[in-house]
Design a protein around this ligand. Structure first.
Ligand code: FES
Length: 299
Protein backbone atom coordinates (compact mmCIF):
# COMPACT_ATOMS: atom_id res chain seq x y z
CA UNK A 1 0.00 0.00 0.00
CA UNK A 2 3.06 2.21 -0.05
CA UNK A 3 2.02 5.43 -1.78
CA UNK A 4 -1.53 4.20 -2.34
CA UNK A 5 -3.22 7.07 -0.56
CA UNK A 6 -2.52 10.76 -0.28
CA UNK A 7 -1.12 10.37 3.29
CA UNK A 8 -1.96 13.95 4.08
CA UNK A 9 -1.50 15.29 7.60
CA UNK A 10 -4.97 16.36 8.77
CA UNK A 11 -4.09 17.30 12.32
CA UNK A 12 -0.89 17.97 14.23
CA UNK A 13 -0.85 17.98 18.02
CA UNK A 14 2.27 18.98 19.97
CA UNK A 15 2.06 16.51 22.87
CA UNK A 16 5.23 17.51 24.70
CA UNK A 17 8.68 18.83 23.96
CA UNK A 18 9.83 16.99 20.83
CA UNK A 19 6.79 14.69 20.74
CA UNK A 20 4.15 15.21 18.06
CA UNK A 21 0.94 13.33 17.24
CA UNK A 22 -0.11 13.32 13.60
CA UNK A 23 -3.56 12.39 12.37
CA UNK A 24 -2.99 11.20 8.83
CA UNK A 25 -5.41 10.36 6.02
CA UNK A 26 -4.84 6.67 5.39
CA UNK A 27 -8.16 4.86 4.82
CA UNK A 28 -6.76 1.49 3.74
CA UNK A 29 -4.58 1.10 6.81
CA UNK A 30 -7.35 2.42 9.09
CA UNK A 31 -9.62 -0.29 7.71
CA UNK A 32 -7.34 -3.24 8.41
CA UNK A 33 -5.26 -2.12 11.40
CA UNK A 34 -5.12 -4.35 14.47
CA UNK A 35 -3.73 -3.49 17.90
CA UNK A 36 0.03 -4.00 18.07
CA UNK A 37 0.75 -3.48 14.39
CA UNK A 38 2.99 -0.84 12.91
CA UNK A 39 3.49 1.09 9.68
CA UNK A 40 6.53 2.20 7.74
CA UNK A 41 6.58 5.83 6.86
CA UNK A 42 8.54 7.23 3.94
CA UNK A 43 8.44 10.92 4.86
CA UNK A 44 9.72 12.21 1.54
CA UNK A 45 11.25 10.77 -1.63
CA UNK A 46 14.72 9.32 -0.95
CA UNK A 47 14.04 9.65 2.77
CA UNK A 48 14.66 7.04 5.40
CA UNK A 49 11.87 4.55 6.17
CA UNK A 50 10.72 4.99 9.74
CA UNK A 51 8.78 2.23 11.52
CA UNK A 52 6.06 3.64 13.76
CA UNK A 53 3.57 1.69 15.81
CA UNK A 54 -0.02 2.72 15.29
CA UNK A 55 -1.14 4.83 18.22
CA UNK A 56 -4.74 4.83 17.06
CA UNK A 57 -6.94 4.73 13.97
CA UNK A 58 -10.46 5.63 12.93
CA UNK A 59 -11.94 3.45 10.25
CA UNK A 60 -14.91 5.76 9.61
CA UNK A 61 -12.78 8.87 9.26
CA UNK A 62 -10.14 6.94 7.33
CA UNK A 63 -7.35 8.21 9.55
CA UNK A 64 -4.45 6.80 11.52
CA UNK A 65 -2.59 8.39 14.44
CA UNK A 66 1.17 8.35 14.66
CA UNK A 67 3.24 9.69 17.52
CA UNK A 68 6.73 10.75 16.57
CA UNK A 69 9.51 11.65 18.97
CA UNK A 70 12.28 13.78 17.51
CA UNK A 71 15.32 11.54 17.92
CA UNK A 72 17.41 11.62 14.77
CA UNK A 73 17.61 13.73 11.63
CA UNK A 74 14.53 12.18 10.02
CA UNK A 75 12.25 12.34 13.03
CA UNK A 76 13.29 15.93 13.77
CA UNK A 77 12.37 16.85 10.19
CA UNK A 78 9.09 14.86 10.31
CA UNK A 79 8.05 16.76 13.41
CA UNK A 80 8.41 20.01 11.49
CA UNK A 81 5.86 18.88 8.88
CA UNK A 82 2.59 20.78 8.97
CA UNK A 83 -1.11 20.12 8.43
CA UNK A 84 -1.80 19.88 4.69
CA UNK A 85 1.59 18.42 3.88
CA UNK A 86 1.73 14.74 2.92
CA UNK A 87 4.09 11.88 3.58
CA UNK A 88 5.40 10.27 0.39
CA UNK A 89 4.24 6.85 1.51
CA UNK A 90 2.92 4.84 4.40
CA UNK A 91 3.11 1.05 4.18
CA UNK A 92 1.18 -1.28 6.39
CA UNK A 93 -0.27 -2.42 8.61
CA UNK A 94 2.78 -4.60 9.27
CA UNK A 95 3.76 -7.14 11.90
CA UNK A 96 1.71 -9.60 13.90
CA UNK A 97 -1.27 -8.19 15.80
CA UNK A 98 -1.04 -8.39 19.57
CA UNK A 99 -2.02 -11.80 20.97
CA UNK A 100 -5.18 -11.28 23.01
CA UNK A 101 -6.50 -13.63 25.67
CA UNK A 102 -9.42 -13.35 28.02
CA UNK A 103 -8.24 -13.77 31.62
CA UNK A 104 -10.94 -14.80 34.05
CA UNK A 105 -11.05 -14.15 37.76
CA UNK A 106 -8.79 -11.99 39.89
CA UNK A 107 -6.13 -11.44 37.24
CA UNK A 108 -4.66 -8.36 35.64
CA UNK A 109 -2.70 -7.62 32.48
CA UNK A 110 0.12 -5.23 33.33
CA UNK A 111 1.46 -2.77 30.78
CA UNK A 112 4.71 -0.96 31.40
CA UNK A 113 5.20 1.97 29.05
CA UNK A 114 8.25 4.19 28.96
CA UNK A 115 7.87 7.67 27.46
CA UNK A 116 6.62 7.32 23.89
CA UNK A 117 5.98 3.66 24.61
CA UNK A 118 2.57 4.86 25.78
CA UNK A 119 1.07 5.44 22.30
CA UNK A 120 1.80 1.88 21.06
CA UNK A 121 0.58 0.47 24.39
CA UNK A 122 -2.71 2.35 24.16
CA UNK A 123 -4.57 0.37 21.45
CA UNK A 124 -3.46 -2.98 22.93
CA UNK A 125 -4.61 -1.91 26.37
CA UNK A 126 -7.96 -0.82 24.94
CA UNK A 127 -8.46 -4.24 23.31
CA UNK A 128 -7.80 -6.02 26.61
CA UNK A 129 -10.31 -3.75 28.34
CA UNK A 130 -12.91 -4.39 25.64
CA UNK A 131 -12.33 -8.12 26.09
CA UNK A 132 -13.21 -7.71 29.75
CA UNK A 133 -9.73 -8.08 31.20
CA UNK A 134 -8.55 -6.04 34.15
CA UNK A 135 -5.62 -3.87 33.11
CA UNK A 136 -2.90 -2.14 35.14
CA UNK A 137 -0.98 0.55 33.29
CA UNK A 138 2.37 1.66 34.67
CA UNK A 139 3.38 4.61 32.55
CA UNK A 140 6.74 6.25 33.11
CA UNK A 141 7.93 9.65 31.99
CA UNK A 142 11.32 11.26 32.42
CA UNK A 143 9.75 14.31 34.03
CA UNK A 144 6.46 16.20 34.25
CA UNK A 145 7.43 18.31 31.22
CA UNK A 146 7.19 15.26 28.97
CA UNK A 147 3.70 14.16 29.97
CA UNK A 148 0.93 13.54 27.49
CA UNK A 149 -2.40 11.68 27.27
CA UNK A 150 -2.74 11.71 31.06
CA UNK A 151 -5.43 14.37 31.52
CA UNK A 152 -9.14 13.58 31.92
CA UNK A 153 -9.98 14.61 28.36
CA UNK A 154 -7.00 12.78 26.88
CA UNK A 155 -6.67 9.16 25.90
CA UNK A 156 -5.71 7.45 29.17
CA UNK A 157 -8.07 9.72 31.12
CA UNK A 158 -10.91 8.81 28.76
CA UNK A 159 -10.20 5.09 29.14
CA UNK A 160 -10.33 5.52 32.92
CA UNK A 161 -13.71 7.23 32.61
CA UNK A 162 -15.03 4.53 30.28
CA UNK A 163 -13.72 1.44 32.08
CA UNK A 164 -13.67 2.61 35.71
CA UNK A 165 -12.35 -0.02 38.11
CA UNK A 166 -11.34 -2.28 35.27
CA UNK A 167 -8.28 -0.06 34.74
CA UNK A 168 -5.66 0.92 37.32
CA UNK A 169 -3.15 3.56 36.30
CA UNK A 170 0.17 4.24 38.03
CA UNK A 171 2.42 7.03 36.79
CA UNK A 172 6.12 7.34 37.48
CA UNK A 173 8.69 9.97 36.63
CA UNK A 174 12.44 9.68 36.96
CA UNK A 175 12.67 12.88 39.00
CA UNK A 176 9.43 12.60 40.98
CA UNK A 177 7.80 15.62 39.33
CA UNK A 178 4.78 13.47 38.41
CA UNK A 179 3.44 10.30 40.01
CA UNK A 180 5.81 8.03 41.90
CA UNK A 181 9.48 8.89 41.77
CA UNK A 182 11.58 6.36 39.93
CA UNK A 183 11.15 3.93 37.10
CA UNK A 184 8.26 1.71 36.02
CA UNK A 185 10.06 -1.23 37.61
CA UNK A 186 9.30 0.15 41.11
CA UNK A 187 5.51 -0.29 41.03
CA UNK A 188 5.91 -3.45 38.94
CA UNK A 189 8.04 -5.07 41.63
CA UNK A 190 5.49 -4.09 44.25
CA UNK A 191 2.67 -5.70 42.22
CA UNK A 192 4.72 -8.84 41.62
CA UNK A 193 5.42 -9.18 45.34
CA UNK A 194 1.80 -8.54 46.27
CA UNK A 195 0.65 -11.15 43.78
CA UNK A 196 3.22 -13.61 45.09
CA UNK A 197 1.98 -13.05 48.64
CA UNK A 198 -1.56 -13.70 47.40
CA UNK A 199 -2.64 -10.14 48.24
CA UNK A 200 -3.19 -8.41 44.94
CA UNK A 201 -4.39 -9.58 41.58
CA UNK A 202 -2.57 -12.41 39.89
CA UNK A 203 -0.51 -11.04 37.01
CA UNK A 204 -1.61 -12.82 33.85
CA UNK A 205 1.06 -11.24 31.69
CA UNK A 206 3.26 -8.17 31.40
CA UNK A 207 3.53 -6.24 28.16
CA UNK A 208 6.37 -3.76 27.93
CA UNK A 209 7.01 -1.07 25.34
CA UNK A 210 9.65 1.61 25.63
CA UNK A 211 13.39 2.17 25.56
CA UNK A 212 15.35 -1.09 25.20
CA UNK A 213 17.00 -0.77 28.62
CA UNK A 214 13.63 -0.37 30.28
CA UNK A 215 12.24 -3.44 28.51
CA UNK A 216 15.28 -5.41 29.59
CA UNK A 217 14.90 -4.25 33.18
CA UNK A 218 11.24 -5.32 33.14
CA UNK A 219 12.13 -8.68 31.62
CA UNK A 220 14.86 -9.30 34.21
CA UNK A 221 12.47 -8.36 36.99
CA UNK A 222 9.59 -10.64 35.98
CA UNK A 223 11.73 -13.66 35.05
CA UNK A 224 12.24 -15.05 38.60
CA UNK A 225 8.50 -14.65 39.23
CA UNK A 226 7.73 -16.77 36.17
CA UNK A 227 5.31 -14.16 34.81
CA UNK A 228 4.90 -14.21 31.05
CA UNK A 229 6.41 -11.03 29.61
CA UNK A 230 6.16 -9.68 26.10
CA UNK A 231 8.30 -6.90 24.68
CA UNK A 232 7.05 -4.97 21.67
CA UNK A 233 10.18 -4.00 19.79
CA UNK A 234 10.43 -0.85 17.76
CA UNK A 235 13.64 -2.04 16.16
CA UNK A 236 15.69 -0.48 13.46
CA UNK A 237 14.08 -1.68 10.25
CA UNK A 238 15.02 -1.47 6.61
CA UNK A 239 12.90 -3.67 4.34
CA UNK A 240 10.34 -4.90 6.89
CA UNK A 241 9.96 -8.15 4.97
CA UNK A 242 12.22 -10.40 7.04
CA UNK A 243 14.94 -10.38 4.37
CA UNK A 244 17.50 -7.73 5.29
CA UNK A 245 18.18 -8.75 8.88
CA UNK A 246 18.29 -5.21 10.25
CA UNK A 247 15.66 -5.94 12.88
CA UNK A 248 17.11 -9.29 13.96
CA UNK A 249 16.36 -10.33 17.53
CA UNK A 250 18.48 -13.15 18.99
CA UNK A 251 16.27 -15.46 21.03
CA UNK A 252 17.09 -18.74 22.75
CA UNK A 253 14.64 -21.58 22.34
CA UNK A 254 15.45 -24.95 23.95
CA UNK A 255 19.06 -23.86 24.43
CA UNK A 256 19.48 -22.94 20.78
CA UNK A 257 19.97 -19.44 19.40
CA UNK A 258 17.29 -18.59 16.87
CA UNK A 259 17.05 -15.41 14.82
CA UNK A 260 13.68 -13.73 14.99
CA UNK A 261 12.81 -10.67 12.99
CA UNK A 262 10.87 -7.93 14.72
CA UNK A 263 9.28 -6.87 11.42
CA UNK A 264 7.60 -10.18 10.57
CA UNK A 265 7.77 -12.34 13.73
CA UNK A 266 7.08 -9.34 15.98
CA UNK A 267 6.90 -6.64 16.96
CA UNK A 268 5.90 -8.63 20.08
CA UNK A 269 8.53 -11.13 21.23
CA UNK A 270 8.63 -13.21 24.43
CA UNK A 271 10.98 -11.04 26.50
CA UNK A 272 12.35 -13.95 28.51
CA UNK A 273 13.60 -15.64 25.34
CA UNK A 274 15.47 -12.58 24.09
CA UNK A 275 19.24 -12.66 24.49
CA UNK A 276 19.41 -9.08 25.73
CA UNK A 277 23.24 -9.04 25.98
CA UNK A 278 23.45 -9.64 22.25
CA UNK A 279 20.35 -7.66 21.37
CA UNK A 280 20.94 -4.35 23.17
CA UNK A 281 24.15 -3.43 21.31
CA UNK A 282 22.18 -3.68 18.04
CA UNK A 283 20.34 -0.53 19.03
CA UNK A 284 23.68 1.24 19.27
CA UNK A 285 24.93 0.33 15.83
CA UNK A 286 23.14 3.40 14.50
CA UNK A 287 24.00 5.68 17.38
CA UNK A 288 22.09 8.89 17.71
CA UNK A 289 22.53 11.45 20.44
CA UNK A 290 19.13 10.51 21.79
CA UNK A 291 19.99 6.84 22.16
CA UNK A 292 23.30 7.64 23.82
CA UNK A 293 21.54 9.91 26.26
CA UNK A 294 18.89 7.27 26.96
CA UNK A 295 21.50 4.66 27.75
CA UNK A 296 23.32 7.14 30.02
CA UNK A 297 20.16 8.03 31.87
CA UNK A 298 19.05 4.48 32.35
CA UNK A 299 15.72 4.97 30.60
FE1 FES B 1 14.63 -6.23 7.40
FE2 FES B 1 13.10 -6.92 9.47
S1 FES B 1 13.49 -4.99 8.68
S2 FES B 1 14.36 -8.19 8.25
Amino acid sequence: TLGAAPQTILEKIELADGIVEFVVHSPLIAKSAKAGQFVRVLPWAKGELIPLTLADWDEKAGTIDLVVQAMGTSTIAINKMQVGEAFTGIGGPLGQPSALHRYEGNQTVVFTAGGVGLPPVYPIMREHLRLGNHVTLISGFRNAGLLFWTKEDERVGKLQAEFGKQLDVIYTSNDGTFGEKGFVTGPLERLLNEAKAGKGRKIAEVITIGPPLMMRAVSDLTRPYGVKTVASLNSIMVDATGMCGACMVPVTIDGKMVRKHACVDGPEIDAHLIDWDKFLPRFNQFKTQEQISKVKHGF
